[in-house]
Design a protein around this ligand. Structure first.
Ligand code: ATP
Ligand code: MG
Ligand code: FE
Length: 350
C-alpha cells in the first residue's frame, strides 16, 4: 500500500509518499519561516496563500522523488485539522481533487494523530503506549490504546509548551521560531544555575501542565536586568528555562506513568512526539525517566518531530488499513481534540 500525505495546518507546506511497509519514499517540507519572520509569528492569511502557491509543486516533487505516478497510489491523506483553517482548506481541497480525479480513497487525518502515530512509523511500537505530545499548540499526556483510541490523562491549563518556548525566545530577543533558538542559547550557557525559576505544577496531583507562570518569571528576570541582556544573561536564562521545562515535563510524566501502569499492567513504551520532542535536553531527561521506570523510550528522529507530511501519510495508512476513509464532503476542522471525551480546558483547543 502506498499513500500520498499532505500537511498544511500551520506554517510548513509538506508532501510525502509512504508505504505500509514503513518506507518513507519521499518527504518534502517547505518552511514558510522567511514569510513570517518579519511579524514575529505565523500570520494565518500569509500562511494560507503560501500553501496555495507551493503545494502543487511540492506534491509533484514528492511523487518524482518516490518515482511513482498518481496511478500507483492507494489513497490520498491530508491534514483535516486542527490548525489554521485557511491552510487546512488548501490541503484538504487539493487531496480531494486528486482523489476525485483518480478515483482514490481520501483520508482526513487529525494532525495530532499524525504526531501521535509517528513512533509506529519509525520504531516497533505496539499499543498501548503512553504519549507525551509536546508541540506548538498542545501539551498533553495520552494513553494511546489504538488507532483513533486516545485517552487524555493530562493537558496544559494555559500555554502549550512550544508556545512557552516561542514566547520565552521573544523575551530573550532570540527571534522566531523559539524552540531551536532557545536550545542553542542554552547550550552556550556558562552558568545554567544562575537564575531560579518556579516549577509550575511540580509535585501536584494529576497530570496537568501550566507554563504561563514560567514565562512571566522569565519576563521578571529580564526586567530586573534592566531590559537589556548581555549574551551571557540571555544564554543562562535560556538554560534555566529549558532545564525547568524538562524537569516539569518529567515530573508530570512520572505521575502519568503510575496511572498508565495501573491501567495497563502489561506495560507499554513512553513515547514523545511533536515539535518540542526535537529538544535534546528534554529527550534525554525523559529517556532517563523511562529507564528508571523500566519502560522502553521512543522519540522520533528530529525531522519527524516537527511538522511533516510523512506522519500524515502514515496516520492515513494506519486508518485506511483498518478500512476507514472519509467522504469527499468532509469539512475541515479548526478544532479537533484527540480525546473527544476529555473535558475542554478553557481557552485552548483540544
Ligand atoms: P500543533 O502540532 O500543536 O498543532 P504545530 O504544528 O505548530 O502545533 P509543531 O510543528 O509540532 O507545532 O512544533 C512546533 C513547535 O515546536 C514550536 O513551538 C517550536 O518552537 C517547537 N520546537 C521546535 N524545535 C524545538 C526544540 N529543539 N526545542 C524546543 N522546542 C522546539
Ligand atoms: Mg511550524
Ligand atoms: Fe504539529
Amino acid at each position: 500500500m502506498i499513500v500520498l500525505g499532505i500537511e498544511t495546518s500551520c506554517d510548513e507546506t509538506a508532501a510525502a509518499v509512504v508505504t505500509d511497509a514503513r518506507e518513507i519514499r519521499a518527504d518534502v517540507v517547505l518552511s514558510q519561516l522567511d514569510d513570517h519572520t518579519p511579524y514575529g509569528g505565523v500570520v494565518p492569511e500569509i500562511a494560507a496563500r503560501a500553501h496555495l502557491e507551493h503545494l502543487d509543486g511540492l506534491i509533484r516533487r514528492a511523487m518524482a522523488e518516490a518515482g511513482i505516478g498518481f496511478g500507483d497510489l492507494d489513497a490520498v491523506a491530508a491534514t483535516g485539522g486542527p490548525g489554521l483553517i485557511g491552510g487546512v482548506i488548501v490541503g484538504v481541497m487539493t487531496a480531494k481533487a486528486i482523489a476525485a480525479a483518480r478515483g482514490l480513497p481520501f483520508v482526513a487525518v487529525n494532525h495530532l494523530e499524525g504526531h501521535a502515530l509517528t513512533a509506529r512509523l519509525t520504531d516497533d511500537v505496539a499499543f498501548p503506549y503512553l504519549l507525551l505530545l509536546v508541540s506548538g499548540g498542545h501539551c498533553q499526556l495520552l494513553a494511546v490504546e489504538g488507532v483513533g483510541r486516545y485517552r487524555r490523562l493530562g493537558t496544559t491549563i494555559d500555554d502549550a509548551v512550544g508556545e512557552a518556548f516561542d514566547k520565552t525566545a521573544k523575551l530573550l530577543g532570540l527571534g522566531y521560531p523559539g524552540g531551536p533558538l532557545v536550545e542553542k542559547a542554552a547550550a552556550r550557557a556558562t552558568d545554567p544555575a544562575r537564575f531560579e525559576l518556579p516549577r509550575p505544577m511540580l509535585g501536584r496531583p494529576g497530570c496537568d501542565f501550566s507554563f504561563s507562570g514560567l514565562k512571566t518569571a522569565v519576563r521578571r528576570h529580564v526586567e530586573e536586568l534592566g531590559g537589556v541582556l548581555s549574551d551571557r544573561d540571555r544564554d543562562d536564562l535560556a538554560a534555566a528555562f529549558q532545564a525547568t521545562v524538562a524537569e516539569v515535563l518529567a515530573d508530570r510524566c512520572a505521575r502519568a506513568i503510575r496511572r498508565f501502569k495501573e491501567e495497563h499492567p502489561q506495560g507499554g513504551a513512553l513515547v514523545v512526539a511533536g515539535g518540542v520532542a526535537a529538544n535534546t535536553a528534554i529527550r534525554s531527561r525523559l529517556s532517563t525517566l523511562a529507564e528508571k521506570q523500566r519502560m522502553p523510550f521512543v522519540a522520533p528522529p528530529l525531522r519527524l518531530c516537527t511538522d511533516n507530511a510523512a506522519m500524515i501519510a502514515w496516520a492515513g495508512i494506519e486508518r485506511f488499513r483498518l478500512g476507514e476513509s472519509d467522504p469527499l464532503n468532509f469539512a475541515p476542522r479548526p478544532r479537533w481534540p484527540l480525546d473527544p471525551n476529555a473535558a475542554p480546558v478553557i481557552g485552548r483547543a483540544g
